[in-house]
Design a protein around this ligand. Structure first.
Ligand SMILES: CC(=O)CC(=O)C(=O)O
Ligand SMILES: [Mg+2]
Length: 220
């Protein structure tokens, strides 16, 4: 049944944020990770969302917060075990997203064999752009995404570099986790991730489609 709620503000729905890691070979290599043969998945809570006008907060326990610019896929029609050939029928649109990562904490979690929750799921760890209706991106498998810090280009990649395509990811994820209307899938980041500091300004975009700006702050 179609919902009466407005997907233009999908971040207010309180639905799942499912993240794909190491989906770009050049990023897997820059962090000295093996290029995966199966998607690497983790989750963020809906309290991670932040939209333009609000700041990204550095967690008090981190001294190395990284940006990761990613294409986000907004689910319009839920499903379980969605076949790849029907996957795009379940997409309502897209959003440009940042998977903010406390890299020092993530490295420690990796060493200790602990989950990445503290590194990836803190408040404001998922800045998002406005909702982009599906029709505005003809081929989500071939768009350029980029990110600048204080005017300096740090990340630039094309979704054509992704190891696992959007239809494959929707099908793979929905075998394990039922997808619901309003869910968001972050599809992984290209190379160039780097540290941000308090007062930095992050500007990111999908070429020709959208851009967004966020400031970094530290809680007092
Ligand atoms: C190593 C990571 O943090 C994986 C990740 O999130 C990615 O986008 O790749
Ligand atoms: Mg990421």
């Amino acid at each position: 049944m179609a919902s009466s709620r407005n997907l233009n503000r999908f971040w207010e729905w309180g639905r799942k944020i499912i993240c794909v890691g190491r989906n770009y070979p050049d990023h897997a290599k820059e962090l000295k990770n093996a290029v995966p043969t199966e998607p690497v998945l983790f989750l963020k809570p809906s309290s991670a969302y932040v939209t333009e006008g609000s700041s990204i907060m550095v967690p008090s326990y981190s001294h190395n917060l990284h940006h990761e610019v990613e294409l986000g896929v907004v689910i319009g029609k839920g499903g379980t075990a969605i076949p790849q050939n029907a996957a795009m029928d379940h997409v309502a649109g897209y959003a440009l997203c940042l998977d903010m990562t406390a890299r020092d904490v993530q490295d420690e979690c990796k060493t200790k064999g602990l989950p990445w929750t503290l590194a990836k799921a803190f408040n404001t760890s998922c800045p998002v752009s406005e909702f982009i209706p599906k029709e505005k991106i003809a081929d989500p498998g071939n768009v350029k995404i980029w990110l600048k810090v204080n005017g300096q280009l740090r990340q630039e990649g094309n979704t054509s570099q992704m190891i696992f395509s959007i239809p494959f990811l929707i099908s793979y994820i929905s075998e394990i986790i039922t997808l619901e209307e309003g869910d968001l899938i972050l599809t992984g980041t290209p190379k160039g991730v780097s540290s941000v500091q308090e007062h930095d300004e992050l500007l990111a975009g999908i070429e020709g489609i959208v851009s967004m700006k966020f400031r970094v702050d530290r809680p007092q």
